[in-house]
Design a protein around this ligand. Structure first.
Ligand code: SAH
Length: 363
C-alpha cells in the first residue's frame, strides 16, 4: 500500500526497476529450469515455481510462500514481473478493465467480461497498433512496440489472481495486431495451453486479426488449433483500404481465402468480423460482395454495429432497420450471420472493442 494513499491526485507509479532475471511468466518449464540451475538451484524446483506462476498466477517471486525462504528471497532480489497492475475499473454490468504498467512505463489494458457462466479475458498483444482501423482507438497513435511473451501471458495471470480461479475463455482482441507479433503470441498461447500451467483448451482461445494471409497460414502451421476471427469490415479492396488503412492493400480476397484454409485445417468455422458503419460499408452491394466472399466456406459473419468513438464523431452506426436488412440480405445468400445489438453507453464509451468481446462470448 502506498504511504501516500488518499492524497490526490497521485502521480503515475514509477516504472518497475529493470529486472536482473527474465520475468518468470514468460518462461517454459525447460527455460525456467535453466534459469534456476544457473542460480545454483536444484532442477526439481522448476516445476514448483512454474506451477506457482502458471497455475496459481503468483507472478512475483517474493510472494511464492510455498518455496523455501532463501530461494524466494534470491529470486525476488533479481526477478520482477513484467507487468504491474495499476488500476481496475468495474463497469455496472460487471465488466472489469485492468490497466497495466510495463517496465518501460508503457501501459496496456485487458478486459474481463463475465457473462452467462463464462469469464472471458480480452488480452493485448502490442502497445498501440499499426493497422489504424478508422473506428478503433488502439491505432490512433500507431505502433509503439510488440509485447513480450511475459507481458502477454501475465495479463491472464493477473485476471486469474483477481478472480480466484482460471478465466474460462481468452480472446486476443485487446490492443494491437496479434499476428504482427506472432512468435510471442504463439509462445504465450502454448503457456496457457500447457497442462502443467492453466491447461486451456485451444477451443477456448480466439486470435483476432486484421492481418496478412501468410501470417494466418503460419498460425495454422503452428497447429495450436485456436479459434480464428478475421476483422474484415469491408468486402472490396477500395473500401477496406479506407476503413483498415494499415492492412496490406489488395488483400481482401486473399485474407478470406486464408481464413477458409484455416477453417479447413482446424475443421471449425472461422468468424468474420464486420463493423457496420452508416454510409461506409452498409449498402446492399456491400452485402452482395461480402456474400460472394463468404458463402459456403465455413465462415460465420458477425455484424457489429459501430460503437461511437470520440476521435471520429462523424462515424455512425446504421439504423436498426438498415442493419437488419444487411443481415437478411446475407442470409438470403445462405451466409451464416449474427447481428449484434448495440451495447450500453458506458461500455461503448469505455472501449469500442467490448462489443465484439461480448458478441463472441455469446457463441
Ligand atoms: N487487430 C486485431 C485485434 C483487435 S480486435 C483485429 O483487428 O482483429 C479488433 C476488433 O474490435 C474489431 O474486429 C472490431 O470488431 C472491434 N472494434 C474495435 N473498435 C470498434 C468500434 N468502435 N465499434 C465496434 N467494434 C469495434
Amino acid at each position: 500500500m502506498s504511504p501516500h494513499e488518499g492524497d490526490a491526485p497521485q502521480p503515475a507509479p514509477a516504472a518497475l526497476p529493470s529486472p536482473g532475471g527474465p520475468p518468470l511468466a514468460g518462461l517454459t518449464l525447460d527455460e525456467l529450469r535453466d534459469v534456476l540451475v544457473e542460480m545454483g538451484e536444484k532442477p526439481f524446483r522448476a516445476k514448483q515455481v512454474y506451477q506457482s506462476v502458471q497455475q496459481r498466477g503468483v507472478i512475483d517471486p517474493g510472494e511464492m510462500t510455498n518455496l523455501p525462504t532463501a530461494l524466494r528471497e534470491r529470486m525476488a532480489a533479481t526477478i520482477r514481473p513484467a507487468t504491474q497492475l495499476v488500476e481496475t475499473q468495474a463497469s455496472e454490468d460487471g465488466t472489469t478493465k485492468f490497466l497495466f504498467q510495463l517496465a518501460d512505463g508503457k501501459r496496456i489494458e485487458s478486459v474481463l467480461i463475465p457473462e452467462a457462466g463464462r469469464n472471458t479475458v480480452c488480452v493485448s498483444s502490442q502497445v498501440g497498433c499499426p493497422i489504424a482501423c478508422v473506428f478503433c482507438a488502439s491505432g490512433v497513435a500507431g505502433l509503439i512496440r510488440n509485447l513480450t511473451v511475459a507481458e502477454i501471458a501475465e495479463q491472464v495471470l493477473h485476471v486469474r489472481a483477481h478472480l480466484g480461479e482460471r478465466p474460462s475463455h481468452i480472446v486476443m482482441m485487446g490492443m494491437g495486431e496479434p499476428l504482427l507479433n506472432i512468435d510471442n503470441v504463439i509462445a504465450a498461447i502454448r503457456l496457457w495451453m500447457d497442462r502443467d500451467g492453466l491447461g486451456f483448451s485451444p477451443r477456448r482461445i480466439t486470435v483476432s486479426t486484421a492481418g496478412t494471409p501468410s501470417k494466418v497460414d503460419r498460425l495454422a502451421e503452428s497447429e495450436l488449433g485456436v479459434n480464428l476471427a478475421i476483422s474484415l469490415h469491408a468486402s472490396d479492396d477500395e473500401t477496406r483500404g479506407r476503413l483498415v488503412p494499415g492492412s496490406p492493400s489488395g488483400r481482401t480476397r486473399g485474407l478470406i481465402d486464408a481464413g477458409a484454409r484455416y477453417a479447413r485445417s482446424t475443421r471449425r468455422d472461422v468468424t468474420v468480423e464486420y463493423v457496420l458503419i452508416a454510409g461506409e460499408n452498409d449498402a446492399p452491394h456491400h452485402a452482395d460482395s461480402l456474400a460472394s466472399l463468404t458463402a459456403g466456406r465455413h465462415i460465420h459473419v458477425n455484424l457489429i454495429p459501430l460503437n461511437p468513438v470520440t476521435h471520429r464523431p462523424d462515424l455512425k452506426a446504421p439504423s436498426g432497420i438498415a442493419a437488419t436488412g444487411f443481415a437478411n440480405r446475407l442470409r438470403d445468400y445462405g451466409v451464416s450471420v449474427t447481428l449484434r445489438t448495440q451495447r450500453g453507453e458506458d461500455i461503448a464509451a469505455a472501449c469500442g472493442q467490448l462489443a465484439l468481446e461480448r458478441s463472441l462470448s455469446e457463441e
